[in-house]
Design a protein around this ligand. Structure first.
Ligand SMILES: [Zn+2]
Length: 254
């Protein structure tokens, strides 16, 4: 009799444990989804605002990817690989478009409409490249971020991947995410510190501020950005945080 009671208890406990594990796994999966979706949006916004500057951020004006005095961002192997993959994909697409256009109409080439970025992605980078013009560096960052997000999304939606339960996968996911924020932050550092006058002339300061605030608040609240990386824009971030604190305080008092 006692044995039977114990068995039942064990079964109940096992069921409870399984239920708890399922809930935990569900929560982790939801957190992963939230992080990927928001990162995808923040990435698109960052790329769009950088591209509004593309005419000024060129090989002549920005021969190095700098952020103020004494800071230069340099290429490394994974950025070079992503950039070269992007070129290969774009060349493939160009060839496919060319073939379609030629087939459809010899005189009408609106299908082969060039995007601004097509001019950047022309030449493969040598594997030993380090210093490079800012547009090359930032487009390498965009290529790498896009590929990283795609691969995280593939892992997330793969029913056979144990993304949420396997610590190794989850930690490497967080590491990649942190790297994404570190690299996208550099785009803002370059825009603020090298192109601020042009941004003002374009009347885009408020827009840039609101994009950056959204980016940096999300990254800091999810612990995805190291404060040593944000040093070039530290004063600006402190001002945003102060302002947000005052706003929230005023809201509470109302
Ligand atoms: Zn520039």
């Amino acid at each position: 009799m006692t044995t039977i009671v114990n068995d039942n208890n064990n079964n109940n406990e096992k069921e409870r444990e399984k239920k708890n594990n399922d809930v935990d796994e569900q929560q982790i999966l939801l957190r992963i989804e939230l992080l990927i979706v928001n990162t995808g949006d923040l990435f698109k916004d960052t790329k769009i605002i950088y591209e509004t500057l593309l005419n000024n951020c060129n090989h002549t004006n920005c021969s190095r990817a700098t952020a103020g005095v004494g800071i230069e961002y340099i290429l490394n192997k994974d950025l070079i690989t992503s950039y070269n993959i992007e070129i290969t994909n774009k060349n493939r697409k160009r060839q496919a478009q060319k073939a379609t256009t030629e087939e459809e109409n010899h005189h009408n080439n609106h299908h082969a409409k060039k995007s601004k970025n097509d001019n950047i992605y022309q030449t493969m980078l040598p594997v030993t490249a380090t210093s490079c013009p800012a547009p090359v560096y930032f487009n390498a960052v965009f290529a790498w971020v896009k590929q990283s997000i795609n691969s995280m999304e593939k892992q997330r939606t793969n029913p056979f991947s144990n993304f949420a339960t396997n610590n190794y996968f989850f930690n490497s996911f967080l590491e990649t995410l942190k790297k994404i924020y570190r690299r996208l932050f550099r785009v803002y550092a370059h825009m603020y510190l090298q192109h601020f006058q042009e941004i003002r002339a374009l009347d885009a300061e408020a827009h840039l501020n609101s994009m950056f605030k959204r980016f940096v608040f999300f990254a800091l609240s999810h612990d995805l950005l190291n404060r040593t990386e944000t040093l070039p824009l530290d004063n600006l971030i402190k001002a945003f945080v102060r302002k947000e604190g005052t706003r929230q305080q005023q809201q509470r008092q109302q």
